[in-house]
Design a protein around this ligand. Structure first.
Ligand code: SF4
Ligand code: SF4
Ligand code: F3S
Length: 267
């Protein structure tokens, strides 16, 4: 019998740090290598593809043409628009142009990371490059927002796997985030929550309360306003997450978290 062709994925990189791709390849379930080698056809990705240079750019154009209307477009990074987008060039073209062109032929779009969903660090004040989330440049195409700086590896693989296997977009919340992964606040699943409820707070990172693992709210923890799976899935295949490692959540999956004083204590 003829083998069913694998769902094609084109992964574009805009104004970003490649941290999202780095996170993606650390997924344990599914293993990123299994996903990339057996479940999807990842045709273009700056970090993971073997190709480079003009043949690589040519391959992007060929893939877009051949699978027009069918491919899944994954995007990592913000869109830079100042001076016609020339702050973020790739393959000799402003990223914003490539994004708009490739988005037109996509069946679905995944915005990976807070850069792609809301501009990320590039969009922080005074935002000299005019960076913003991709949703303003992708027209009416369905878009799945997967914020986080970066998002959790298993969330990244889980989302693209869902779209590739079921050919459908997972159930989303009002901000376009998959409900399965963004349905709880960090605060709802935090193991330090009993200390919050009992009013036991660390006042500095080196006091007795911090040593005893009390709640980090007064140190600026954004867990109460941040939706993500860090408390239940954890990072590095379930090992830990910022709060477990002793740091307050900086709300990395919230839009504009750089400008909203994530590092300021609530003393
Ligand atoms: Fe890097 Fe964070 Fe942007 Fe991902 S969201 S590309 S980790 S700065
Ligand atoms: Fe909530 Fe943060 Fe305290 Fe955890 S450490 S209970 S997320 S305020
Ligand atoms: Fe980000 Fe907070 Fe999780 S900083 S990694 S959302 S605990």
């Amino acid at each position: 019998a003829e083998k069913k062709p694998l769902p094609v994925v084109i992964w574009l990189h805009g104004h970003e740090c490649t941290g999202c791709d780095e996170s993606f390849i650390r997924s344990g379930a599914p293993l990123a290598s299994d996903l990339v080698l057996t479940n999807i056809a990842l045709e273009y990705d700056h970090l993971l593809s073997a190709g480079s240079g003009e043949p690589f750019e040519h391959h992007l154009e060929e893939t877009v043409k051949k699978y027009w209307g069918q491919y899944i477009l994954a995007v990592e990074g913000a869109v830079s628009t100042t001076d016609n987008g020339t702050f973020c060039m790739s393959g000799g073209k402003p990223f914003v142009e490539t994004l708009q062109r490739v988005a037109k032929g996509a069946a679905a779009i995944i915005a990976y990371g807070t850069c792609a969903t809301d501009g990320g660090i590039q969009g922080a004040k005074p935002n000299p490059t005019g960076s913003a989330g991709i949703k303003h440049y992708t027209g009416t195409k369905p878009i799945i927002n997967v914020p986080g700086c970066p998002p959790i590896p298993e969330v990244m693989t889980g989302v693209v796997m869902h779209v590739a296997l079921f050919g459908k977009i997972p159930p989303l919340d009002s901000e376009g985030r998959p409900k399965q992964f963004y349905g709880n606040r960090i605060h709802d699943t935090c193991y330090r929550r009993p200390f919050f409820d009992a009013g036991m707070f660390a006042d500095s990172y080196d006091d007795e309360g911090a040593k005893k693992g009390w709640c980090l709210y007064k140190l600026g923890c954004r867990g109460p306003e941040t939706y993500n799976s860090c408390g239940n899935l954890r990072w590095y295949q379930g090992m830990s997450y910022p709060i477990q490692s002793g740091a307050a959540c900086i709300g990395c999956s919230n839009a504009h978290f750089w400008d909203e004083g994530p590092m300021f204590a609530r003393l």
